[in-house]
Design a protein around this ligand. Structure first.
Ligand code: MLT
Length: 331
């Protein structure tokens, strides 16, 4: 009887050990079992929101799960970043980070509530988006040159919309003003979506925004594209010159984005998300639809977690240099 009891106990313990051993593999296969949230730290309708929704749709199909986009704007995207930095690292709350929140913010804010590469792990990088210098259709400026000349004649008089301090539209606008040697008055919004609404309404004079959300407005005749910030011209913006070819040789600006998870997120979750993203990017119909918005897909060796971590670190160094050289004091 005693013998029987001991062997029963041994069997039971063995079974528990076996269950424990196979549990991680099952969990890996199971992710996601419920909706995954991607937090966009800007208002709905802007470029971060648009590209995140576009990619989330494809990634959720590849994952066989649901991705919900949550918008939490504030302080150039850093309010949303701080929230995800403290989220449970289980793969169900992820952050759509970009140039501003993940590289420039530590040098712009004195009491930032997160450290980009300590509190987050990079998951995958979206394609970059170039920008467009925009004014209202029918505005008195018919070219970037005319806009810069007026800004030079009346320093600080022209208003320039941005998505808040440290947002990529703000960083690019500061860079533009410094290169053109002009002074604008920057008006911060909760995203470039609301800034664009005010630009159309004539409340502000100009702004820089990403090609993906600017194109429908320029094609619809509500806004005029004065110049592109890309290296070369783009078919979808016919007759629009680049700033580098004309007014500001060497001036380039674009925004990069990607998915970041709270530090401690299991590796199998990061791998599953990457496999789903790779599947999405292999769909030519999807990549062609991005190209039509002026967005080029990056080579595959640039999008994964290792390359994205190295890229985020190098961008942080770059923005530290730029911000210090410009004498911008953290607030
Ligand atoms: C930015 O300017 O940083 C963002 O692109 C703004 C937005 O997505 O609304």
């Amino acid at each position: 009887m005693k013998r029987f009891k001991t062997s029963t106990l041994a069997l039971a313990l063995g079974a528990i050990a076996l269950v424990a051993a196979i549990r991680p593999a099952q969990a890996a296969d199971d992710y996601p079992t419920r909706p995954v949230t991607w937090l966009v730290p800007f208002a709905a309708g802007g470029p971060t929101d648009a590209i995140a929704r576009n990619i989330a749709q494809r990634v959720s199909t590849a994952l066989g799960g649901t991705i919900i986009i949550e918008n939490l704007p504030g302080a150039g995207g850093t309010v949303g970043a701080a929230k995800v930095a403290r989220a449970r690292p289980d793969g169900y709350t992820l952050f759509v980070g970009h140039t501003g929140t993940m590289a420039a913010a530590p040098y712009l804010f004195k009491s930032l509530k997160y450290e980009p590469l300590k509190d987050f792990v990079p998951v995958f990088r979206f394609p970059d988006t170039p920008m467009v210098l925009l004014v209202k259709n029918g505005a008195r400026f018919k070219s970037a040159t005319a806009l810069f000349e007026e800004a030079r004649r009346n320093p600080g008089k022209l208003t320039f919309g941005t998505a808040g301090v440290g947002s990529s539209s703000h960083l690019a606008a500061e860079h533009l003003a410094a290169t053109a040697k002009v002074k604008f008055t920057f008006i911060p919004y909760k995203g470039t979506g609301p800034a664009m609404t005010d630009l159309m309404g004539g409340q502000i004079d100009a702004m820089l925004d990403q090609t993906n959300v600017s194109l429908p407005q320029t094609q619809g005749g509500r806004l005029t594209a004065l110049a592109l910030t890309s290296q070369g011209r783009m078919d979808m913006f016919p007759n629009v010159a680049t700033l580098t070819e004309k007014e500001l040789p060497g001036f380039l600006a674009s925004t990069w984005y990607g998915i970041y998870a709270p530090a401690g997120t299991p590796q199998h979750v990061i791998d599953t998300l990457n496999q789903a993203y790779a599947k999405a990017l292999a769909d030519v119909e999807f990549t062609d639809s991005l190209k039509k918005q002026g967005i080029d897909v990056l080579p595959t060796d640039k999008v994964g977690p290792v390359a994205f971590r190295a890229f985020t670190a190098s961008e942080a160094k770059k923005w530290e240099r730029v911000i210090k050289a410009a004498g911008i004091q953290p607030q």
